[in-house]
Design a protein around this ligand. Sequence first.
Ligand code: CP
Length: 330
Amino acid sequence: MKQFFSVHDITDLRSTIDQALRLKAHPYAHDTIGKHKTLGLLFFNPSLRTRLSSQKAAHNLGMDCLVINAGTESWKMEFRDGAVMNTDTVEHIKEGAAVLGEYCDIIGVRSFAGLTDRDQDECEEVLHSVQQYSGRPIISLESALRHPLQSLADCITIEEIRQKESVDKPKIVLTWAPHPKALPQAVPNSFAEWMNRSVEELGYDFVITHPPGYELSKEFSGTAQIIYNQHEALADADVIYVKNWSAYDPYGAILPEYNPPHVECPAEWTITLDKLTQTRNAKVLHFLPTRRNVEIADDVLDSPHATVIQEAGNRVFAMQTVLSTMLSAS
Ligand code: CP
């Protein structure tokens, strides 16, 4: 594996999840596979889980890990070809990424969508530039369009729920939730992409619910059933995946009638304990961080329904799975 940008970079979902569960059961079983190898983590945006779980995963495999926050801890990077760099950018990505390639065997990159120019976001310029100029295998730590490590961790968590609750074909519902800011579509895009693959390969049932106007790009929602009535969508759910996102069209917009501070919280689309009564004792997932009592109510997050900490813990084994696969191939 030379890149991990999306679900398209894995060949078999079942065996990838099984590999992650084996690593979770025996995290140090391959603690020399990364000896004398270095993972570099380049962050253009903040992180708690991705940064620390990646460092822990590298450590579990015997790898060294270098972390840098681009722009604040390093020089401000230029990406434009032919740029005359006489203003605020100091280092071109051509040199910056090439230097990282000298120090690191595998590089992880986080770069969020700007949400102002859809074409520019869809180019994934940062991810592709680091790949091109470093010459190293690249792992997306969340890009403009996707968050594949999070989605793999979500799949691991759903499999654990499925086994524990003895559910053969779980019903998974991705629900939009309110938020005061316009957020990228990367997490729901990616989750939908991985769930659509789970429908095909694992037989899951997958539904998306959101207010009209928050349709994801068809590239990601694919053949998923979209139900605009959240109450109807949540009926008989086994797993509820909660996430806010901004509109795809008009790109990056938020609809004030559904979002704080224009509405009182908990709001119509907030996940509350009441809403779980119509489910099959559903587990509630969120990639974190979450806005309490805006996206999800305290009475859910502080209840046994919430599976968000287990989900965050699984980020280690998602990363360990990807790193193991890359190291085995090198
Ligand atoms: N879930 C997630 O990616 O968290 P961080 O933004 O803290 O890395």
